[in-house]
Design a binder for this molecule. Structure first.
Ligand code: PLP
Length: 415
């Protein structure tokens, strides 16, 4: 109650703007994940890893746009790439361009299993297209996903398969990190086209999969001719070659998004050449894939510059090592308390668990999360100048200094 009152009195301008927003948007909101009661903080601007809200408060940005903001706000090199693309190419030419070819070659070179790729505008779309490929190739419809998984706005499984899912009748949900369950489902479910999995559940609480679980999914899928889709929309930044490289996985299809567009709207799906041919327009039987902005020059150019010049393999290794040591420091400070940090590299989630144990699946979270503490922690973080998500997720922006992260670790001692 006290934390909430203090929140309300700290953000009067946000409250006013929220009330105006309520007149034109349901809940004053157009991205459900960003809604926070009693009203959200309205952010005014960002620079590097700093944010300022419309009431004049400054924050260290630990949200990092839920991993898509890897490069930080207004990165000078990306600003240059963006303006140069705008001035010299134009945004979208209604034609095939060199920029898309160049970017496609770069991504195929970086992620080992991607031989052919196609672009779209979001991770959600990427997964929908990947599912279409799997259905076309197998002639089957059902898809196995895992409880707590998130593959997009209409492909979320935090609460099982619900009305919000496309084709709800076609989904079969397995238990994340349960090897036997995954093997049996893939082997025994009739009419399965694909199994889709995150190597670390992102929105589900930054819960890493065990290597055994991932290999089991891969092997069981291969043995039954089920298409193995690895959703790397969030995880491709966690290793120079994505988590598929880190764990030596060979998915049939991979989906990408977020930071890879250099800060602009972006999605992509790729994989084995023979599978991607489902979208080869030279073939009479090809599926249609024609998004207006799929190859827009801004995302193609910024994405290319970001991946080739800024988030090089060395920087990816460096950033994720920094993230590992940050998580360890946080966990050290919290030892013996209910606060538990899960994640990989520079992407993580704070949980409050009654058993003090890291959750391995959605059911663990359900059984042991201490209600209310996360919200308190969130109020408290904001009041100390740290921008984190209400659900406890954080991702570190490139060029964030260890000393800045240390200030958060020090502050957590006072919670
Ligand atoms: N897949 C995963 C693993 C994600 O984390 C997300 C977004 O958070 C998506 C897909 C959907 O991406 P987008 O928000 O670009 O539609």
């Amino acid at each position: 109650r006290q934390a909430k009152d203090s929140y309300i009195s700290t953000f009067p301008e946000s409250q006013t703007r929220y009330e105006e927003a309520l007149e034109v948007m349901p809940g004053g909101n157009t991205r459900s994940v960003l809604f926070t009661a009693p009203f959200p903080v309205f952010m005014k601007k960002g620079k590097g890893n700093r944010l300022w809200d419309c009431d004049g408060n400054e924050y260290l940005d630990l949200v990092g746009e839920l991993t898509a903001g890897l490069y930080g706000h207004s990165h000078p090199r990306l600003r240059q790439a963006l303006l140069s693309a705008y001035d010299t190419t134009g945004i979208s030419l209604g034609a095939t361009t060199t920029e898309e070819m160049r970017f496609a070659r770069l991504i195929c070179g970086r992620f080992p299993s991607i031989e052919h790729i196609r672009f779209c505008n979001s991770g959600t779309e990427a997964n929908l297209y990947a599912l279409s490929v799997a259905r076309r190739v197998t002639g089957k419809r059902k898809v196995i996903a895992f409880d707590g998984g998130y593959h997009g706005g209409v492909l979320g499984f935090a609460h099982g398969v619900g009305e919000n899912n496309v084709d709800p009748g076609d989904w079969v949900l397995g238990e994340y990190n349960n090897v036997e369950n995954a093997k049996n489902l893939i082997q025994d479910t009739p009419e399965v086209a694909a199994v889709i999995v995150e190597a670390m559940q992102g929105a589900g609480g930054c819960i890493p999969a065990s290597l055994e679980f991932l290999k089991t999914v891969q092997d069981a899928a291969a043995s039954r001719g089920v298409i193995f889709i690895l959703d790397e929309v969030m995880t491709s930044r966690l290793h120079p070659t994505g988590l598929q490289g880190k764990y030596a996985l060979k998915p049939d299809l991979t989906t990408l998004g977020k930071y890879l567009g250099g800060g602009l709207a972006f999605g992509a799906f790729g994989g084995r050449r023979s599978l991607l041919s489902a979208y080869d327009p030279r073939l009479a039987t090809s599926l249609a894939h024609s998004g207006t902005f799929n190859n827009n020059s801004l995302a193609m150019s910024c994405g290319y510059v970001g991946l080739s010049e800024i988030y090089t393999a060395e920087r990816a290794t460096e950033l994720n090592a920094l993230g590992d040591s940050f998580r360890e420091s946080l966990q050290d400070v919290a030892r013996g308390t209910k606060l538990v940090v899960t994640g990989i590299g520079a992407v993580m989630n704070i949980h409050f668990m009654s058993n003090g144990q890291a959750p391995a699946c959605a059911a663990d979270l359900e059984a042991h999360s201490v209600s209310g503490l996360k919200k308190l922690f969130w109020y408290w973080s904001l009041s100390k100048g740290f921008w984190i998500t209400e659900r406890g997720m954080m991702s570190i922006i490139l060029d964030t200094e260890k000393s800045e992260l240390d200030t958060f670790v020090e502050a957590v001692k006072g919670f």
